[in-house]
Design a protein around this ligand. Structure first.
Ligand code: NOJ
Length: 568
């Protein structure tokens, strides 16, 4: 019986697992240089296990000159010196296996570092055997058609290289040249390095900007009417699915591993082309619809626009759930190393509402269909730091954009204001372990400032000791998901789509049904469901003491309250 159900649901460990993302630079320093390291993660493995999560996703830990904090890799098979050694890595992996934790690494293969041996060779001469590992545009063809670069001060993705009188392509920083996937030799190199990590026992990859790997190598001119919407010209290139299929056949299918692609520019209509099981490409991907909700589109993507609405938030999640209802599988996230802290962005980090907001958002991720991804510190409700001055920032994105604005005589003040809420560094401040000077992260000055609210209860030590903490709520909520298969696989149904205060939905599987009520509002709300009069409901968890069911169909919901009911 159990087996039958198993087959029917297409159960998989990566569907049932909960992911905990670690930005290693900011998690725990043990060497005393102010930078997190692998031994720091080893030291905290028991803590991670105690959360109840199953899978750790590690941001890049490979050798790198750190132009973009490890997303510029100079050697795919060695560990960044600041983070430790391969022996440390092996010990970390062994420690994880002992505790039943799985490891997902970051695979960054749209580009390498310009300090990678391949690029060093490639730029030497036009006849070099590595020339075709990158995209070169010979200068005699004239200036290459405009391509926008994320981190380039001139926003220009073509960099002239005198040595061979040619331009190379870099969609990200000038130190991140794009790899040429059109070259089969390059693809084999990548498959080989993937095998290297899988053979060590790594359980999967999160694939950086994987939607960008295939390009129209003629680099046609952008259309006249081009309005800064560059992503469609970068994502979903003509050979993308051929490459993913080949990667799956040659590597992924040979191992029991999970894959999640980062997929900017992938539209909801194209989703199943990536993750439909029958196509054998990826297991999951991260879409950007939610992350773009309160942002401008195009070249000014990181700039905020008017506040988002709960009805839009619900629609995005409901639409995406619908796509994966029968095929494929979703991934649920509210923040990561590229976006501000979830409680500050989607909740309310004021003293009054912080606790309810942080736990309500946890409840959301843990009651939706799709694998939930939590970012370190989310379990204790870490918030945006909101830096006052540019000199506080470490991120190439903020620093270089500020320089662009300065050079163009733009409004730098407005940009600094924007970054207080939008910058990536908001999410990169050190993990808050305790209330000591550097929050227990390091004995030295950290590479980026610690958020002072580590002294106001937002730290692990204080929350361990408090049964009513965000941390302990997280643990309870994790166990609730794990002990209810319906919360993982059950059908999702949105209720009250027009309500701007409360997000209400049910999850049901066979005869079991759960009602989830989540307030995204500072005000109290009353919601009514006709269909529930005559239904019994048992409250399984709430982040607020009050059980606010007024009668069978009516509920009063407090600000940022979360409730999970079992319906009979
Ligand atoms: C996406 C990563 O998440 C981000 O941190 C990085 O800067 C770019 N890709 C370039 O690798």
């Amino acid at each position: 019986m159990q087996k039958e159900k198993h087959l029917e649901l297409n159960r998989q460990w990566w569907k049932e697992g909960i992911v905990y993302q670690i930005y290693p630079r900011s998690f725990q320093d043990t060497s005393g240089n102010g930078i997190g390291d692998l031994r720091g993660i080893i030291k905290r493995l028991d803590y991670i296990k105690s959360l109840g999560v199953d899978i750790i996703w590690l941001n890049p830990v490979y050798e790198s000159p750190n132009d973009d904090n490890g997303y510029d890799i100079s050697d795919y098979r060695s560990i960044m010196k600041e983070f430790g050694t391969m022996a440390d890595f092996d010990e970390l992996l062994a420690g994880m296996k002992e505790r039943g934790l799985r490891l997902v690494m970051d695979l960054v293969v749209n580009h390498s570092s310009d300090e990678h041996r391949w690029f060093q060779e490639s730029r030497k001469s036009r006849a070099n055997p590595y020339r075709d590992y990158y995209h070169w545009w010979p200068a005699e063809k004239g200036i290459p058609p405009k391509r926008w670069s994320f981190f380039d001060v001139e926003s220009n993705a073509w960099k002239y290289d005198q040595q061979t009188d040619a331009y190379y392509l870099h969609c990200f920083s000038v130190k991140q040249p794009d790899l040429k996937w059109e070259n089969p030799k390059l693809r084999e190199e990548i498959y080989d390095l993937m095998r290297f990590w899988f053979d060590k026992g790594v359980d999967g990859f999160r694939m950086d900007v994987i939607s960008f790997i295939s390009k129209d190598t003629d680099f046609p001119k952008l259309p006249e009417k081009y309005n800064g919407e560059f992503i469609p010209f970068y994502a979903n290139g003509p050979k993308l699915h051929d490459y993913l299929l080949e990667m799956n056949q040659k590597v992924l299918s040979q191992y029991d591993v999970m894959t999640v692609g980062e997929a900017p520019g992938v539209h909801i209509d194209e989703a199943l082309q990536f993750v439909n099981e029958d196509r054998n490409e990826l297991n999951m991907f991260f879409h950007f619809d939610l992350m773009s909700l309160d942002r401008e589109t195009g070249e000014t993507f990181m700039m905020q626009k008017e506040p988002w609405k709960l009805t839009e938030f619900k629609k995005i999640h409901s639409d995406w759930d619908g796509v994966f209802a029968n095929k494929g599988w979703g991934s649920m996230y509210l923040n990561n190393h590229d976006f501000p802290r979830s409680v500050s962005r989607w909740g309310n980090d004021s003293k009054t509402h912080w606790y309810n907001s942080a736990t309500m958002l946890q409840t959301f991720l843990l009651t939706m269909r799709g694998t939930p991804y939590f970012y370190y510190g989310e379990e204790i409700g870490m918030t945006n730091i909101k830096f006052e001055t540019l000199s506080d920032y470490r991120d190439i994105n903020t620093i270089n954009r500020a320089e662009t604005i300065r050079q163009q005589g733009g409004n730098l003040e407005a940009f600094i204001e924007n970054e207080k809420d939008a910058s990536r560094d908001n999410a990169r401040t050190p993990m808050q372990w305790d209330s000591s000077e550097n929050a227990g992260f390091s004995v030295e000055n950290p590479w980026i400032s610690v958020n002072g609210n580590c002294r106001e209860g937002i730290n692990v030590a204080a929350q361990e000791a408090d049964t009513h903490s965000v941390l302990n709520y997280f643990r309870k909520m994790v166990q609730l998901r794990k002990s209810h298969l319906t919360l993982i696989y059950g059908e999702y149904q949105l209720l009250l789509p027009e309500n701007e205060q409360v997000y209400a939905y049910t999850r049901s599987l066979e005869k079991e049904c759960y009602l989830i009520l989540l307030s995204f509002s500072e005000d109290r709300a009353t919601v009514h469901f006709d269909e529930m009069s005559g239904t019994q409901a048992k409250l399984l968890i709430s982040n607020d003491d009050a059980n606010t069911r007024v009668d069978n169909g009516t509920f009063e919901v407090r600000p940022y309250q979360a409730m999970v009911y079992k319906l009979f």
